[in-house]
Design a protein around this ligand. Structure first.
Ligand code: ATR
Length: 271
């Protein structure tokens, strides 16, 4: 039996143990997966102890993704641009490999579950915090026509932009002229929905757009409700992204890709 875990604080409501146990059953992998409530400032110690006791891999969630980035010795390119790690794998030489599967999960959810290609599309990303930093590189790899990162605090969007060497990406604040024209795809990566707040961008930006909120819940999020009543073509939440980023981590550890549709449905029915 191989051991895996998710580290976070808080962690009690994490859906990762359920998702990975469903994946393990489905693909007949001999593994268990537990959640570990980790004290703030205690990530490195807790993770090292877990691996010393035989752990094979781990997921890392808020607020430890940056600590995990500091812990690992090897990174994927997408973890490097995110400067954050959500998946750790113990390598045979004893080193830790760190990856960030959030963006791959988002891209896969949009392409496979919502049947929308990103190639040649105009993409607006709202927010410039930790959630958004993980998705930019995987979005760029889909060769969209453009990516505009818009954030309430424009400096944060500029700082994020500076990590990428690409002519198709730009950054701005919420009162930028460009937000008065519509985009093909609008991704909300702000924490606004979490607080039941609206993102104060012009509604013209989401007219006829495919709108994606990286948050999810039993009910449509604040962003989805706003987008729906302001002319969005289609709206969805981030539950699919959650399951797909987990599937990507599972693949990194086990080299098996689980089927995700049934898992998304099961989680949705339990929200
Ligand atoms: P996370 O790691 O979840 O992204 P974060 O790093 O604190 O969290 O970033 C939160 C993001 O949500 C930021 O982009 C923040 O905008 P600011 O940089 O201007 O603070 C954004 N955010 C939070 N509440 C918001 C709101 N009501 N409207 C617009 N943006 C909001």
């Amino acid at each position: 039996m191989d051991h895996y875990a998710v580290f976070g604080n808080p962690i009690a409501h994490s859906k990762s143990p359920l998702i990975h146990s469903l994946f393990a059953q489905q693909t007949q992998q001999a593994m268990d997966y537990q959640s570990i409530l980790t004290p703030i400032g205690g990530f490195s110690q807790a993770a090292k102890a877990f691996f010393q006791q035989g752990g094979k891999g781990a997921n890392v969630t808020v607020p430890f993704k940056f600590d995990a980035y500091d812990l690992v010795q090897q990174y994927s390119h997408r973890a490097q641009t995110a400067r954050a790690v959500n998946t750790i794998k113990l390598l045979e030489n004893g080193e830790f490999f760190g990856d960030n599967t959030d963006g791959a999960g988002l891209v896969r959810d949009i392409k496979e579950n919502h049947n929308l290609q990103l190639k040649d599309k105009t993409v607006l990303v709202l927010g410039a915090g930790g959630a958004v930093s993980g998705i930019i590189q995987p979005l760029l790899e889909e060769a969209p026509q453009s990516i505009l990162i818009a954030n309430r605090t424009v400096e944060k969007a500029q700082n994020l932009l500076n990590r990428f060497d690409s002519s198709i990406i730009d950054a701005c604040g919420f009162n930028d002229e460009r937000l008065t024209t519509s985009f093909d795809i609008v991704i909300n990566g702000t924490a606004a929905s979490l607080h039941g707040e609206n993102v104060a961008v012009p509604s013209k930006s989401i007219k006829n757009a495919f709108c994606y909120d990286m948050m999810y819940g039993a009910e449509p999020t604040t962003f989805m409700l706003w987008a729906n009543t302001n002319g969005a073509k289609q709206c969805c939440d981030g539950l699919g992204m959650l399951v797909e980023q987990a599937a990507e981590a599972f693949f990194i550890w086990r080299h098996v890709r689980p089927e995700t549709q049934s898992v998304i449905q099961q989680l949705r029915s339990q929200l």
